[in-house]
Design a protein around this ligand. Structure first.
Ligand code: PGA
Length: 237
């Protein structure tokens, strides 16, 4: 199975910038990896029509209804969307998404054959008080309750590493990723894929991708400039 490079563009770039972005990456995206673009939802179709795997950054749990401003998993699927992120720490923090809601979203997405990348990870405060493992164990337990995990990938994203330029050491990443795999195997008898996310850049991508337990990366800021992105992927291609 190919390792994954998931690119979370967050809430960045205007329409013309996105058209330029797609032009810049044309014929430059490797197929040695499973590269998935997570642009703002209004641009999903543009990436899809250009032949890329695409994912939404967020999804509602219901298929339809009176939920002004939301996008349903049914709608995403009908557009040909392949993946969705669920439980990104920015959604947990800024939009108060809790474990119950996240669990519902995972279920809604899977029901519509959208693959899910569930984000988990500890805050700086939790890390400093040695709660990393218990926090992650709880997130896995609560977010994945009553779910068939076949189409689920986990992204280990320490909250303190996101957008901060700080990353855990290779050994720390390996330990937490291996812990997640072991827990999921114990509870669900399935080998789950686990990505690392948080300040992945040109300087560290090679090291992080070389960790055997890591099945890929979830990249934020380093994916916004298409030239930077291409030169970063070149390093590991
Ligand atoms: P970052 O973001 O690469 O900018 O740290 C990662 C993410 O939020 O998924």
């Amino acid at each position: 199975m190919k390792k994954i490079i998931a690119l979370n563009l967050k809430m960045n770039l205007g329409y013309k910038e996105i058209l330029d972005y797609i032009k810049t990456i044309q014929n430059k995206v490797t197929d040695n990896y499973e590269v998935i673009f997570f642009p703002t939802s209004i641009y999903l179709d543009l990436f899809k029509k250009s032949g890329y795997l695409v994912g939404a950054q967020n999804v509602h749990f219901e298929n339809k209804g009176a939920y002004t401003g939301e996008i349903s998993p049914y709608q995403l699927k009908s557009l040909g969307v392949d993946y969705t992120l669920v439980g990104h720490s920015e959604r947990r923090l800024h939009f108060k998404e809790n474990d119950i809601l996240i669990n519902e979203k995972v279920k809604g997405a899977l029901k519509n054959q959208l693959k899910v990348i569930l984000c988990v990870g500890e805050t700086d405060e939790e890390r400093l008080s040695n709660k990393t493992y218990s926090v992650i164990e709880n997130q896995l337990k609560n977010n994945l309750q009553n779910i068939d995990l076949e189409d689920v990938t986990i992204a280990y994203e320490p909250v303190w590493a996101i957008g901060s330029g700080k990353t855990p050491t290779k050994d720390e990443i390996d330990e937490v990723v291996s812990f997640i795999k072991k827990k999921v195997k114990q509870e669900n008898a399935i080998d789950i894929r686990v990505l690392y996310g948080g300040s992945v850049n040109k300087e560290n991508i090679k090291d992080i991708m070389s960790i055997e337990s890591v099945d890929g990366v979830l990249v934020g800021s380093s994916s916004i400039d298409p030239n930077y992105l291409i030169s970063m992927i070149d390093i590991i291609d």
